[in-house]
Ligand binder design. Structure first.
Ligand SMILES: NC(=O)c1ccc[n+]([C@@H]2O[C@H](COP(=O)([O-])OP(=O)(O)OC[C@H]3O[C@@H](n4cnc5c(N)ncnc54)[C@H](O)[C@@H]3O)[C@@H](O)[C@H]2O)c1
Length: 303
């Protein structure tokens, strides 16, 4: 089952279309499993309680969040409310503090982020790095989620794995993410801001690789773990723009722009822990990923 409040951070029609795709895919696969979707808010303790009282839950993949790094600076209270208090409600339900007692707690997989590393100077980022200088409330709220997970693991034995995603892109991606905006701007002939002269490296990770890592994390409860899910091969923004230009067959109108304050110069995941613990093995190169993203965009966005 899925829970989402379908907020209007971006067009909710897009979220509904994604849900329809899930339902359609399950029917196509001949799956007998019905997909239940509940439109509800994780900040509402009663909603969460009710769900746990009425459903048998064996695992929680907690992706629901306010996820915009820059926007979190303007609206820190909202980000903390959803990403911290909302997470607390789910943790409470997982360990039976609300929503009924359970014999053993379900595995809890928490979507964290490379943003917790802040402007770390040592590349690649490893899970043992300190992560105590988040550049925006979003990153701080995600780090708080990881820490609460540890407390609940310690106090209640909750199996908790935080997976730190690195710049996810691909079909159904958030329209405010850089990959999406660059593609959109190139296609429509709008300006493409080239931050820091394009000298800004991201460990772009295709969504299907992330999904594989998450699924494997659900299947393997460890106790408490934090695991990077990236590709481990950063590509500069300038190069990323070039790859999109080639795919779309149009030149970008690049304009120089300074680095946004809450952004880091480089991200790069050390994925050795993910390889070891989760058999994680990212398959999709940036070139291949952009090409698949472009195919999806033509079909589902341009129609
Ligand atoms: N996209 C990335 O590159 C990236 C990187 C690092 C971490 N993450 C994390 O991955 C997860 C998914 O991110 P995404 O990029 O797909 O963003 P997204 O905005 O598409 O997905 C988040 C979903 O959470 C829902 N939501 C927000 N507040 C809610 C609430 N109070 N109650 C119920 N649902 C709520 C939203 O409606 C949305 O559908 C998030 O936890 C995000 O922090 C994403």
């Amino acid at each position: 089952m899925g829970l989402d409040n379908l907020n209007d951070y971006y067009d909710p029609a897009r979220k509904r279309a994604n849900l329809d795709e899930v339902r359609h895919a399950l029917t196509q696969n001949g799956s007998n499993e019905a997909f239940t979707f509940i439109q509800g808010d994780i900040r509402n303790r009663q909603t969460v309680e009710e769900i746990f009282l009425t459903h048998e839950i064996e695992g929680i993949v907690h992706l629901a969040a306010m996820a915009g790094v820059r926007v979190s600076i303007e609206n820190p209270h909202l980000y903390c409310d959803v990403n911290i208090n909302g997470t607390l409600h789910l943790l409470d339900a997982a360990v039976g503090r609300i929503g009924g007692r359970r014999s053993s707690p379900p595995i809890f997989v928490f979507a964290s982020t490379s943003s917790v590393y802040g402007n770390a100077q040592v590349i690649p980022f490893t899970e043992n790095d300190p992560c105590n200088r988040p550049l925006a409330p979003y990153a701080a709220s995600k780090k708080a989620g990881e820490l609460l997970g540890y407390s609940y693991h310690h106090s209640y034995g909750l199996p908790f794995t935080a997976v730190r995603f690195f710049t996810v892109y691909g079909p159904r991606g958030r329209p405010d993410m850089m990959a999406y905006k660059v593609l959109d701007n190139i296609f429509f002939g709008h300006d493409v801001p080239l931050y820091n002269s394009g000298n800004m490296h991201r460990d772009w990770t295709f969504v299907s690789d992330i999904v594989q890592g998450v699924v494997n994390a659900v299947d393997r409860p460890f106790g408490y773990e934090v695991v990077n899910l990236g590709r481990g091969e950063p590509v500069s923004l300038a190069e990323f723009v070039r790859v999109i230009e080639e795919c779309v067959g149009q030149k970008a109108n690049v304009v120089s722009a300074p680095m946004p304050e809450a952004d880091v110069v480089s991200t790069c995941a050390d994925i050795s822990r993910a390889r070891e613990l989760l058999d994680y093995d990212p398959q999709v190169s940036v070139r291949e990923g952009v090409s698949r993203f472009w195919s999806w965009y033509q079909k589902h966005v341009l129609g």
